[in-house]
Design a protein around this ligand. Structure first.
Ligand code: BDR
Ligand code: CA
Length: 337
């Protein structure tokens, strides 16, 4: 079994990431950390607990992170993910509560329990992981692999012209994590930046295929070039909630002239964590701008070792259709069962 720890700010694409992870029968999900970002941390936690309960996985503990970033004031983005972080989905309120171990201690305990085995993946701001590393600087060295969805290197940011959301919410945390990964003997994380994740785009046709893979009533989609609006939703409970979440995300991207599609940043990072050979990578020294008036939160990649040795591998290319096929088949098959 592949030991996995997911740190997320659920979030629509975080929801897909969580479902994909639960759907992978070869993954032992050791824990989920809720980090404040897309929505406040209590909402993130409620969403994580709700998805786990819907999937019959109340055995997976959910650990609550800090309500605020290390230094910055918290910003959230209900415009992108809906008032409760899951678009139009109305998830049932979970009966189970979160763990009493906080997110940072959960990182430390998980890595200590599975030394050299645990794969950590972060699909939200890096607040919880940075806090864990402050408490236990040796933590990164005990991971088998770390994958971070974050950053924008050669493309515009999605939060400011130069910064990507997960880094922009807590730039100090991101800077601390990348600095810690520069320490001797610590494995470099794989970074999945917007440059690549924006190419992993889900369309209404993919949702039709997802419903079919789950053996559900089909989702009816108009021609993707029509006005937005999926016309009906699936009868499978997990797929129905997932489609209700994702159609909000499709409409968000459409409203921002990006097409009637949804960028699957976070599921892609989880897929890379489970199978790193699905991406090409380049080694680089990654650092985060903290003081620039216009560039705070910008990720800077030094691919020529001008500022130091590489502390990360940046994912640069993948087979997008193969990724989407895997996602549809894996989540669809899981929801059907
Ligand atoms: C990231 O920002 C969040 O809104 C998404 O969940 C994703 O993790 C993409 O920039
Ligand atoms: Ca996220």
């Amino acid at each position: 079994m592949i030991r996995m720890f997911l740190d997320c700010d659920t979030g629509i694409d975080d929801s897909v990431a969580l479902l994909y992870l639960l759907a992978r029968r070869d993954a032992d999900v050791v824990g989920i950390a809720s980090t404040a970002g897309n929505v406040p941390v209590d909402v993130v936690t409620a969403n994580n607990l709700a998805w786990l309960e819907l999937c019959g996985r109340t055995d997976v503990p959910v650990h609550v992170g800090s309500p605020v970033p290390l230094v910055a004031e918290l910003m959230t983005t209900e415009d992108t993910h809906g008032p409760l972080g899951v678009g139009y989905a109305e998830l049932p309120v979970a009966t189970a509560g979160p763990s009493t171990t906080d997110a940072a201690d959960a990182w430390i305990e998980a890595a200590a329990t599975h030394p050299g085995e645990l794969i950590g993946v972060v699909t939200g701001p890096l607040t919880s992981l940075a806090t864990a590393i402050r408490r236990d600087p040796a933590l990164p060295g005990r991971l088998a692999r770390l994958v971070i969805m974050g950053g924008a290197f050669h493309v515009h940011g999605n939060t400011t012209p130069t910064s990507e959301w997960n880094i922009a919410v807590d730039p100090e945390a991101a800077a601390e994590v990348f600095a810690a990964c520069g320490s001797e003997g610590v494995g470099a994380p794989i970074v999945c930046p917007l440059d690549l994740t924006e190419s992993v785009a889900l369309t209404p046709d993919h949702l039709v295929r997802l419903a079919a893979a789950a053996g559900s009533e089909p989702v009816e989609c108009p021609d993707p070039t029509d006005e937005p609006g999926l016309r009906s939703v699936a009868d499978n409970e997990v797929i129905r909630h997932l489609v209700d979440a994702l159609r909000f995300y499709l409409e968000f991207h459409h409203a921002h002239d990006e097409g009637y599609l949804a960028h699957l940043h976070d599921p892609f990072a989880v897929m890379v964590a489970l199978a790193p050979d699905i991406v090409e990578t380049v080694p680089a020294r990654v650092d985060v701008e903290l003081v620039g008036r216009l560039t705070r939160g910008m990720t800077v990649a030094d691919e020529r070792s001008m500022t130091g040795e590489p502390n990360a591998r940046i994912a640069t290319s993948t087979d997008v259709e193969a990724v989407l096929d895997d996602l549809i088949e894996t989540i669809g098959g899981f929801a059907k069962s």
